[in-house]
Ligand binder design. Sequence first.
Ligand SMILES: NC(=O)c1ccc[n+]([C@@H]2O[C@H](COP(=O)([O-])OP(=O)(O)OC[C@H]3O[C@@H](n4cnc5c(N)ncnc54)[C@H](O)[C@@H]3O)[C@@H](O)[C@H]2O)c1
Ligand SMILES: [Zn+2]
Length: 693
Amino acid sequence: MTNADQSLLDEVARLRAELDDANHRYYVLDDPSLTDADYDRRLRRLQELEAAHPALVTPDSPTQRVGAPPDAGFPEIEHAVPMLSLDNAFSEEELAAFVARVAERLEVEGDAIAFCCEPKLDGAAVSLVYEEGVLITGATRGDGRTGEGITSNLRTLRSIPLRLRGDAPPALLEVRGEVTIDHASFEAMNARARAEEAKVFANPRNAAAGSLRQLDPRVTATRPLTFSAYQVARIEPPQGDATHSALMAHLGDFGFRTSRELAVVTGAAGIIDYCRRLGEKRDGLDYDIDGVVIKVDDLRLQRELGFVARAPRWAIAFKFPAQEQTTRLNDVEFQVGRTGAITPVARLEPVSVAGVTVSNATLHNADEIARLGVMIGDTVAIRRAGDVIPQVVRVMKELRPSDAREIVFPERCPVCEAEIERLEGEVVARCSGGLYCAAQRKEALKHFASRRALDIDGLGEKLIEALVERDWVTTPADLFRLEAERLAELPRMGAKSSENLVAALAKARATTLARFIYALGIREVGEATAANLARHFGTLEALMSAEQADLEAVEDVGPIVAAHVHTFFRQPHNRETVDDLIACGLRWEEEAVGERPQPLAGQTWVLTGTLASMTRDEGKARLQALGAKVAGSVSKKTAGLVAGEAAGSKLEKAMQLGVPVLDEAAFLERLAAWEAGERERASHQGSDEEGEA
Ligand SMILES: NC(=O)c1ccc[n+]([C@@H]2O[C@H](COP(=O)([O-])OP(=O)(O)OC[C@H]3O[C@@H](n4cnc5c(N)ncnc54)[C@H](O)[C@@H]3O)[C@@H](O)[C@H]2O)c1
Ligand SMILES: [Zn+2]
């Protein structure tokens, strides 16, 4: 044997070992070690070597097999019709070659052949068997001949009919399709997993497959999975459908989801046109597709064409550029979001991912950096799908260079230098600069001016943006120094509206301590907490000098909120802003300690159903701020029930007992009136500051 022969044998053996290992990680562990692009490159190389040296082909080569053998944790299910793979085309030339091959076998013109095109959903393939219209078994593909029985897991998917629709179901139906997770659900699922330190999936495909292969169906039931049908493997008695596309429509009648993008085209030109169009749509879809599946539409012609080892001859998968690629992590920078959240951003060696050059990706937070174990200099796999921000999903630790550097989380905000705080139990680190941090300025000012804070009439979002962008306003105190003539220079701000705004600012100077505290935008200090703090401490000085323990003594204030308040007033620039505001004439009557106007004192209220304008907790806090107790169940003593969308038994009970019921609109109206009562009292007390507006 020559050296060349030996190195060929070595390469084939190495590729097979790598592919076998990758298959196990991908199909059994749902935790791939390679990107699909890297996997596909290796498989292609092995196919080329085997094509050039047919004697090297063995029946157990990864080129001859599908998937991986089923996991022992599940019952085995034999597929009556094997679940195969698909041949791939990576270019338009390869698509044209596929049409030519089909045409040659069928001895017809390629342009005369009808093909059904559908998106290639990137999820996990499953097969469902229905007898007399009832779901009997559901299985994964496994190695194509034997799959894993996951019937109870599949029963939890709402898109899988447990019983076929219509009154004449076929005696036997075997349907195949893909189980997927859409982008938003996938992001939400991973965000939760990160917070709970549970398993984070690299991509929606792995998440779908991993969710299906849970030993406890209750876990599967919590996962946002969808089944879309794309094939009929068996139907008895035959229903007379002559084409694949007709069968798909028939599946729709039985109650299955099928692709909305399905289309029948003719010849190579029709296929190429479809692939281009779907490729353009890809980024706008809210689910992952990795290509187009093209099938000869005529079922008789499909039978005539038949199968080769691992794929049908009548179909091909046109592959889009992969959504995951590997590249080098050059550096990490820290960005400050509008609410102060600090996000580590990976600066990458630019790489083309699914047709777009990517040079930045998110690393989410410090926990994620630790979970990935990533260092500067590492080779990383990044993923870009749809309009979701590209993410680092994996680190190739075996490729780590010797000069790789640790990623150090900053202690001070890169924008304003304020301390970065990260509270126990929170994943996100935040700049404590608040009002002072340029990155947070717009949001802080919007909050400051909002109706339930200082209620500055006429100071809307657009105007705040214009003021901040011109650097006329950097802290809230600057608002009170604005002059009407200058404001009139702004676009869409006549003399009249400028004067009105100055008048509104003058009026807003007279406020309440509770509103003032709320307006400062201290983290997690909502209206109700601000009111409690004002009532408890009575003066701003007392609040500002309170220690952590004093703060925890306040009604409804726990250690986390106490820490936020404490840190806030320990920042010199926040103190300066507060002093500056008072110097600008902001004032309030000292709060009578322990008292506040409480129109609902002594009343018990109940909230039920979903409110569109606020969460139930917010509703509760606002009722409590007005003195009400909020209970979980309705009784004769209940003063009122707030019933949102889809209110159920509590609403019934309230009606039986004659308890007054408010729908959301009525509730909002009453809240505004009660809260305005409080506001009115405040303006009377500060009436010397009222403008003439
Ligand atoms: N990253 C890794 O380590 C790794 C390992 C193994 C496999 N893979 C990836 O898996 C793929 C190969 O797997 P494969 O053998 O399942 O082939 P495939 O995914 O290329 O094609 C076959 C599959 O397409 C799916 N499909 C989606 N929409 C369809 C439709 N409308 N009609 C018919 N089928 C449809 C079916 O689930 C079917 O099983 C490659 O993309 C490869 O990169 C990756
Ligand atoms: Zn900052």
